[in-house]
Design a binder for this molecule. Structure first.
Ligand code: PRP
Ligand code: HPA
Ligand code: MG
Length: 182
């Protein structure tokens, strides 16, 4: 049995305010570059809520696609071995792509997806992550837009799960383990 409690670290209101700011930054950057259309690629499942909120705050011609890779599964530890379980369906060659992730932790997933999408030769590829978590970073990844920076802790809510639970929570919570983990 795993004993734990959830402690709120980012409120739903703070998230909504930050998402609006991020959307404004993204809009301004692409407008300044005179980009007429952006393809948003969300990484399932975690990014589904962030991507939906981001898009609804943006006034920019956008298309949406999703990709799913297998890494964490039901665990809190990354497997390092990554496979595509659902590929994107749009052709991104010569298109401007914004990759949207819920969290960068070790960095393995993001690095792998960036390298993969670059093989499809987009006109540009930028990265937007909701949470940049520093503690377990193992590989360097360049991120263009960051919602919040967090030092440590296993986080849930706003798309993030622990064993598929808590994705629906509107805030971000740290999982505080108290008992013996078996
Ligand atoms: O930086 P990393 O250490 O690679 O971790 C980040 C990745 O791990 C989580 O995905 P997960 O495999 O849990 O899939 P999910 O989004 O379906 O929960 C998260 O959504 C990121 O994609
Ligand atoms: O802190 C986290 N929470 C949920 N999923 C994750 N995947 C990597 N890090 C995390
Ligand atoms: Mg997960």
């Amino acid at each position: 049995m795993v004993d734990y409690t959830l402690k709120e670290i980012i409120s739903a209101k703070d998230i909504q305010n930050r998402v609006k700011e991020l959307a404004r930054d993204i809009e301004e950057d692409y407008r300044n570059r005179e980009v007429s259309e952006v393809i948003f690629v969300g990484i399932l499942k975690g990014a589904f809520i962030f991507l939906a909120d981001l898009l609804r705050n943006l006034n920019l011609p956008a298309k949406v696609d999703f990709m799913r890779i297998s890494t964490y599964g039901l665990n809190t530890v990354s497997s390092e071995e990554i496979k595509i379980t659902k590929d994107i369906e749009l052709d991104i060659r010569d298109k401007h792509v914004l990759l949207v992730e819920d969290i960068v932790d070790t960095g393995y997933s993001l690095k792998w997806v960036v390298d993969y999408l670059l093989t499809k030769k987009p006109a540009s590829l930028k990265v937007c992550v909701f949470i940049d978590k520093k503690e377990r970073r193992r590989c360097a990844v360049e991120v263009d837009y960051v919602g919040f920076t967090v030092e440590q802790g296993f986080l849930v809510g706003y798309g993030l799960d622990y064993s598929e639970k808590y994705r629906h929570l509107p805030g971000i919570y740290e999982v505080c383990f108290s008992g013996v983990r078996t």
